[in-house]
Write a protein that binds this ligand. Sequence first.
Ligand SMILES: CC(=O)[C@@H](O)[C@H](O)COP(=O)(O)O
Ligand SMILES: NCC(=O)COP(=O)(O)O
Length: 248
Amino acid sequence: MSDNQLRLGVNIDHVATIRNARGGAYPDPMRAAKLAEEAGADGITAHLREDRRHIVDEDIEALMDALTVPLNFEMAATPEMQKIALRHKPHAVCIVPEKREERTTEGGLEVAREENKLAHYIAPLREAGCRVSIFIAADQRQIEAAHRIGAEVIELHTGAYCDAHADGHMDEAARELDALRDMSAFAHSLGLEVHAGHGLTYDTVKPVAVFPEVRELNIGHFLIGEAIFRGLTPAISEMRRLMDEARA
Ligand SMILES: CC(=O)[C@@H](O)[C@H](O)COP(=O)(O)O
Ligand SMILES: NCC(=O)COP(=O)(O)O
């Protein structure tokens, strides 16, 4: 991979959402992960929520056993999740905020107010060899705090930009995009590796993919939905093509 190429992490959570709707064994997130690998994904992302609404513990075990690309394990900063991460030692652990009542991840992690607690929380994960990433809003204060606690990576939450775009509020989308651009550059200037994701689609990916400091995009819900219409491999290949085009 050239230095300028953006990595694509495919999030398979919502394959599990469909499986869990009937409580059976299909569609299998592992099969989706293998197809994603073949389609050019550079990594697989999976979020083990406290309520296990999509990915479950057995999925993480299967992914750790069979993946040949890195697993980005998303989790809340709880003792239970720390134990699971330390047992599996995935390539990357992305700490995300989590509320049981939310429909999806709302906003970024509050790092600045929880600095000491989070610094202690991530230390054993780093010692175990996991790259620690913090899922964060495009907010300078939070990025500075993520840097201070010793995170190596931040993932900028692109949800507000994507939601504004989907609602046709283009001025707001442009403002959110400006913040993402400025904060990508700022985080990079501190030495943090910059990732981005949440809610990205074919319509919203290029303006983010073009930021030179961004090294990885994590995309899931849209791709799994799009796979219904064109199949998972073509859906991922098209995303890959748009990212490469943005970066050319
Ligand atoms: C943190 C994040 O953005 C992802 O985990 C993704 O949104 C899928 O999980 P949920 O849809 O459950 O939030
Ligand atoms: N961290 C963001 C992610 O993994 C994918 O989010 P989404 O595309 O499912 O909204």
